[in-house]
Design a protein. Sequence first.
Length: 962
Amino acid sequence: MVTVDIQEQPKRQDRFSQPLSLPQFKFLFKFFSKSIVNLECLKGNILVVDDNPQNRRLLERMLIKKGYEVQIASDGFKGVEIANSTKPDLILLDVNMPRMDGFEVCKQLKSSIKTRHIPIIFVSALSEAIDKVKGFNVGGADYITKPFQFEDVFVRVEHQLTLNRLQTQLTQQNQLLQQEIERRQWVDALLARQNQILELIARGTEIDCIFGAIARFVEERSQEGLCSISILQPATKRLYHSVSPSLPEAYNQAIEGLEIGPMAAACGTAAYTKQTVMTDDIAIDSRWIDLKEIALACGLKACCSRPILTEAGEVLGTIAMYYQQSKYPSSRDRDLIATAVYLSKVALERHRAQQNYRAIFEVSHDGMMLYDPHSQKALEVNPQLCGLYGLSSQRMLHVGLRFLGIGTTSEHRKNLKESIKKARQGKTQKFEWVGKHTSGRWFLTEVILKPISLVGQQRLLAIVRDITDRQNTLNALQKAKEDAESANQSKSQFLANMSHELRTPLNAILGFTQVMTRDSSLNSQQQDHLRIINRSGEHLLGLINDVLEMSKIEAGRLSFNPSRFDLHVEIETLVEMLQLKARSKNLELICDRAADLPRYIQTDEGKLRQVLVNLLGNAIKFTRSGSVTLRVLPIPDLDGQLDRSDGRMIQFEIEDTGPGIDCNEMHCLFEAFGQTTLGQKSQEGTGLGLPISQQFVKLMGGEIQVESCVGRGTIFRFAIPITLAKSSDLPKRPSTRQVIGLAANQPNYRILAVDDRSANRKLLVQILSPLGFQVREAANGEEAVQVWEEWEPHLIWMDIRMPVMDGYQASQTIRAHIKGQTTVIIALTASAFEENRSLVLSVGCDDFVRKPFEEKILYEKMAQHLGVKYIYADEAPSDEPSPHASEEVTVSVLQGHLEKMPRSWIDRLHQAATQVDAQLVLELLPQVPPDGEVLAKTLEEWVENFRFDRAIELTQSLLEQN
């Protein structure tokens, strides 16, 4: 920008030798009006000084008409007086006046600071060039010769006013520019000093030196204020003076340990309120009541204090600016205080961080070294590192990171250099390393090389942790784990053996009882004995299954086996099965099933059924009166994170009105073999039902919760995730019809029974041969392969655990042949572990049946894999009734036979039926005379089919008649 002094331009005499022509003024007028400003808006105050009244009035009327404000002076003295008092925008000055001519008036006005800026236009009849030159020399801006034209006057007046305004505007702009330059210079100086102090902070300069630099910097830039910095002790809530270069010592002593509060002068109040406190007059400020006297005595009249706050709002201290006169701080002083607060905050937080680092460095249980990667020198080491390697601090500082290479191979040292290189590149390194003490003792360490920035410099922090004990512990834990796994394996093997040894004889016992019951030559007593054997065997199998199930849980061998099923049918079946038992105790068994309960679902059907049977059975067993309620309803999966769920869960709730459970006995509910006092008194069960149920529910994705109140009842509740299914997805239910032979027009099926136990082989022969199957036997896998090669059976029932060659090897051998691909192999195993199913399928078996089995399972599997078709008892011709066909008799016939029995016998039968006691009913049947065989057989069939309700109705009708 070029600044031009307009008044200084017209200095050459030849420029003013002739007055400007009218076209020249018009051109100037248009130029300035377009380029600079709209002159219509720039009317001003004009002073007309002329001793001629006519000229004064003429100019006054002309100027007022144009919108100017006009003042009149009749001589030079009045003109000077008015100009000094009103400072007009322009003066029209006559030259020839008495007492003081126009040139003298102009000279006086231009010599005064107040009026020298006012442009003066001479209006005179003197037209000589010398007169014009004189006018310009004394400071005139223009010269109008009388007589003048109005348009000429207006143009010259407007021209001078515009020039004057432009000059004023330019002067103001120059002043603003100068102020901006000064402000920027001040800010630059402020930033430069601030950066110097930040550099001190970054270099780790002592905190008192930093505070001293801040205070001196503030005082230098303020020139009026006296700076003070105080630190707050959080524990005592008191401020302690840190630095104040210019405050009197007496005042510093007076404010030392100032307790913060709402009336604690400026600093204590600022720290208390966490806000800036300004006191323009200490003498009258009520917050200074305790320190007013000492402050005034030390010449302190005003103060501004601002708290130093962390980002979290914690008070670190205060900055104060004192003044020796009553005043508020200027804007620059407020900026200085804000800068001082910022710098002090940075310094204090850095100081606190360094103190924390120092404390950690010194007291850490880990060895630490601060390392300069550029100079490759150790800067600091802590005592723990020196003690770990048995080196003095001086020796450790001298060795640096090379201490890690002590006692290692060249390959290890090469790897160490690579790790240090990566750490220098900013990548934290963590690795295990072998260390060596000066005594020769070796130890294992975990080393971390972490790049950090400390006081503005890049450093490496080496952390060395002795993990010898930890590694020894881990090794011991690993060994213990391996021992536990070995023991668990032994336990699993024991369970497998026990399962095989217990289930195998039971398979023969239960199997042959099923075969023998089909023998029509047996009398009723013998049939009764067989049923007792069968029931006892099944009861024993149930106990064995419970114990083995619990053992599988403890061994971690429990598995989730999902299947698709009809939940509504499952619930109805359970309720129907347990309804008689509930009625026998005069209990109401209620099923409360939600209307929106999904029907077809997928989860572990077998485990869900066993849980519900256990919980409902317990509720009925321990409830003497009232009701047992099963509630089933869908609930939302709020988390939506269950693995085996599409976002749906079903809640099951079993509530009874029984005696309740004491809170002191709740802990033993889910413990293996644990029973409450009531359970022990019942002398029933093993105490495994609830523990097994809890584990089953957990496996399905839920947990059983219990609520109970003594004397009011108990609620067992659990929720499990489910997946929806379709009716088309459901497997076909096994037939309950009794097989009595093979249908016509079928192949002569060849069946091979493979088992090392002759009893089990004979059982298979006894079950299958009477129906028309061709059956051969093999005592081990090797014999099985030989028979298969010679005979090529359609299906092999393959035992798994056998001498010479087990079932796995035999199955693999058969499958290795092309013709063996068409042979159906179904594994028979007494294993308690479900995962054996996957194993037998993987070696080539087509299916899996666990011992002991039921006849119908064998029939179903052969129908499934071979397409065998059977003749059922309900399909037999009427003239050849099956030995197991039910004899339909009327109620009157049964009542006729029942009336022949003693009243005590009828009472006992009725009581046994109401208690759903199958064993007691069967024990009563041998007392029926031979001519009442129809009654005995009917009652026997009712028991087998759980139709105790019909026995109750039959006996009750007779008892009511009597």
